[in-house]
Design a protein around this ligand. Structure first.
Ligand SMILES: Nc1ncnc2c1ncn2[C@@H]1O[C@H](COP(=O)(O)OP(=O)(O)O)[C@@H](O)[C@H]1O
Ligand SMILES: [Mg+2]
Ligand SMILES: [Zn+2]
Length: 262
């Protein structure tokens, strides 16, 4: 399909205006839109989250606590995006179990921020680490130090699934360095994680009660690795200092909710 060309500026971004008999060039209104469309393309949001917006984020109709909490969280994140960048803490950290909608909300916020004209970048943690690792590996011949620079310099950075796998010590240093440099320059970071953190109310996760016949067996608590275990204490504490921390309620995995609800 042919791209539509702005009739006011013929796609140049500049239009000629006549004022008191003198003609001059002025920025065309379409450039703002063009810029945010371009920025959205550059952000690298995965196709899977193409439709992840605040409007498409559904809250269950039930009036239970989890549903109300989910609604409040959506509002909270919307508020963050709305106020951005005028905020006490420039970042956002979404913590919670799989399928609770963390990435959806993080992308919705990033999208809204990009629409305001900021340049944002989406990185999946694993992918970021892989790219940084290959960039530092002299045998790979890759010039992908770029990923490291982008992660530090991007106006707004989204790291999805932070800490999702244990990294080698030197990579831990790299992650700490990215977070610290962003922290020092007050550059916003949006992150999601499903790792427990004691300060976010996730310490120990009890295994589900199992029933055997009439007997209910309580299995011993399962100790999960925490965010600090995975990314290191320093990175973790900076993250909490620079981010508004949002804990997802214990809602059922959205995908399951979808298939069971009629
Ligand atoms: N409340 C919701 N409304 C609409 N879609 C949702 C909601 N929560 C999750 N989803 C969708 O379900 C899928 C899994 O959600 P995701 O944000 O990836 O969860 P998480 O990052 O917490 O594991 C995604 O496709 C997402 O768009
Ligand atoms: Mg996710
Ligand atoms: Zn135009």
């Amino acid at each position: 399909m042919a791209e539509q060309v702005c009739p006011h500026c013929n796609g140049t971004g500049w239009k000629i205006v006549e004022r008191e008999g003198v003609s001059g060039a002025e920025r065309c209104e379409c450039t703002r839109e063009m810029r945010s469309e371009k920025l959205l393309e550059l952000a690298g949001i995965p196709a899977r989250y193409e439709k992840a917006t605040f409007t498409s984020f559904e809250c269950p109709k039930d009036n239970d606590m989890a549903a109300r909490e989910l609604f409040a969280i959506r509002q909270n994140v919307l508020d963050f995006a709305h106020k951005f960048p005028v905020l006490d803490k420039p970042g956002l950290l979404l913590i919670g179990d799989n399928g609770t909608g963390k990435t959806h909300l993080a992308v919705a916020a990033l999208r809204r921020i990009i629409e305001k004209g900021f340049a944002g970048v989406f990185f999946d943690y694993q992918n970021l680490i892989d790219r940084i690792r290959s960039g530092f590996d002299p045998t790979s011949g890759s010039s992908d130090r770029e990923a490291y620079r982008i992660a530090i310099d991007a106006e707004v950075l989204l790291i999805d699934d932070l800490g999702s796998h244990r990294v080698l010590e030197w990579i831990e240093d790299v992650v700490t360095s990215i977070i610290t440099q962003r922290y020092n320059h007050r550059r916003p970071l949006i992150a999601t994680t499903n790792l427990p953190d004691p300060d976010a109310g996730y310490g120990i996760k009890k295994k589900q009660r199992q029933s055997v016949g009439d007997q209910r067996l309580d299995s011993p608590p399962e100790y999960r690795r925490t965010l600090a275990d995975q990314i290191g204490m320093r990175a973790r504490s900076r993250l909490f200092e620079m981010c508004n921390v949002v804990k997802m309620p214990l809602v059922q995995d959205y995908r399951l909710r979808k298939t069971t609800a009629q």
